[in-house]
Design a binder for this molecule. Structure first.
Ligand code: MLT
Length: 407
């Protein structure tokens, strides 16, 4: 009989958002009339921008005519999209990139889940705690995490981010090889200043580590001194890979398009100490495992960078951030402590009276039919916290806050 990869047995039984969905379905079954407002998974509600839809339609039509039909595209992505990404997302911030350094994909989740394949199984991994579970679980699957005890994996270094340290992660006490950073942060909604981020780039240089920088929520940054890209820090290209997505920025959660930047300077060693280009390895991996994102989707994504596209995505982001403002105001009124929601679509609530996060989940579901994400689902330091998202409609956001106030 075939044998399984036993590392999978070390995972929690369910992925956090599947677990929440199962609980919602159970509640719905028992309470068929309940009007649930879902502030749980970070999924957008605003439709695709008009500029995107029009481009999408045009590209689909092209696929239906023999003279404009396209088969397999380049695995790395079409140049027309890569060039726009470089021009608008990087050159605007004085960061130079070449077309060889940007890879288009079908999601930041997949990229950040897959990137660890380039690294040896014995690398020491550090994550912020709380953390987007994908970083940890993909390392568990690869056999890099060791056994779980008390909600932690023995070989993973957890860097607690709590109210007590202003959610600013401490540098690891020990040497780590791979560091996952996510800013603006999921789940706490907090950000790092340039000075704080520079400490990580310096650490990575000193310890020959690689930073895996998840910038999926970059477009939500409003405050001035907050870095949008890790490459705003000098010499970061040698030690950092950056991940971005059109999902939350342009409503692509159901369309799927993202990209990652693997700089030509980024290197890691083999067992003999010889340095290898991560860009080259990632290109090799993608060639063998990925056939690229569909042509219409890439055309649609490139319409995000038109004047109209930019205006439309700005409107959506403002809409969500206004939801966040409404939520922050309501939470303050009730007397609940909350963080984030200024440069990010997530609000991180401290549960009242030290309630544990799953109890708070059940309490809100049963008494207000509001769904959020229990902090413990993001790691041990998430206990005592609860995440809600600003991605619902204005109407539902207001209704949810009214229910909370009434409660
Ligand atoms: C979240 O709710 O944390 C996000 O939706 C996760 C994701 O983007 O995969």
């Amino acid at each position: 009989m075939a044998k399984i990869n036993e590392n999978y047995l070390l995972l929690p039984e369910n992925y956090i958002f599947s677990e929440i969905e199962a609980r919602i379905q159970k509640f719905k079954k028992e309470n068929p009339d309940a009007n649930i407002i879902d502030l749980g998974i970070g999924d957008v509600t605003r439709p695709l921008p008009k500029a995107v839809i029009e481009a999408f339609h045009r590209a689909v039509d092209e696929m239906g005519r023999p003279e404009t039909f396209r088969g397999y595209g380049p695995e790395q992505g079409y140049k027309f999209l890569i060039e726009k990404i470089i021009k608008y997302d990087y050159e605007k911030r004085n960061i130079e990139l070449s077309v060889d350094e940007v890879f288009i994909s079908d999601g930041a989740k997949c990229d950040i889940a897959n990137i660890q394949e380039l690294f040896d199984v014995n690398n020491r991994v550090a994550v912020l705690d709380p953390v987007y579970p994908v970083y940890v679980e993909t390392n568990v699957m690869a056999g890099r995490a060791g056994k779980p005890t008390d909600g932690k994996y023995e070989n993973i270094v957890y860097l607690p981010c709590k109210e007590e340290n202003n959610f600013i992660p401490p540098l690891p006490d020990e040497k780590v090889d791979l560091i996952y950073l996510c800013y603006p942060n999921n789940p706490t909604g907090t950000v790092l200043t340039k000075k704080e981020l520079k400490k990580w780039v310096d650490y990575a240089h000193e310890n020959e580590s690689i930073i895996l920088y998840d910038g999926a929520y970059e477009a939500f940054i409003q405050e001035k001194n907050i870095p949008h890209s890790i490459y705003e820090i000098e010499d970061a290209k040698e030690v950092a890979i950056e991940f971005r997505s059109f999902s939350k920025t342009a409503g692509f959660t159901g369309v799927r398009c993202a990209y990652c930047v693997v700089p030509l300077q980024a290197k890691a060693k083999d067992n003999k100490g010889r340095k290898h280009s991560l860009n080259k390895l990632w290109r090799r991996r993608q060639a063998a495992k990925f056939n690229g994102v569909s042509y219409p989707v890439q055309v649609a994504a490139s319409a995000v960078y038109t004047k109209r596209g930019q205006r439309e995505i700005k409107e959506s982001i403002e809409y969500y951030l206004n939801n966040a403002k409404i939520m922050r105001k309501a939470l303050k009124k009730i007397g609940l402590k909350a963080y984030g929601g200024v440069n990010a679509p997530y609000i991180w609530i401290k549960t009242p009276n030290g309630m544990n996060s799953w109890d708070f989940f059940d309490y809100l579901l049963e008494n207000a039919q509001i769904v959020g994400t229990p902090g413990i689902g993001f790691g041990p330091s998430g206990e005592g916290y609860f995440r809600i998202t600003a991605f619902n409609t204005r109407e539902n956001t207001k209704e949810a806050m009214k229910r909370l106030e009434d409660l």
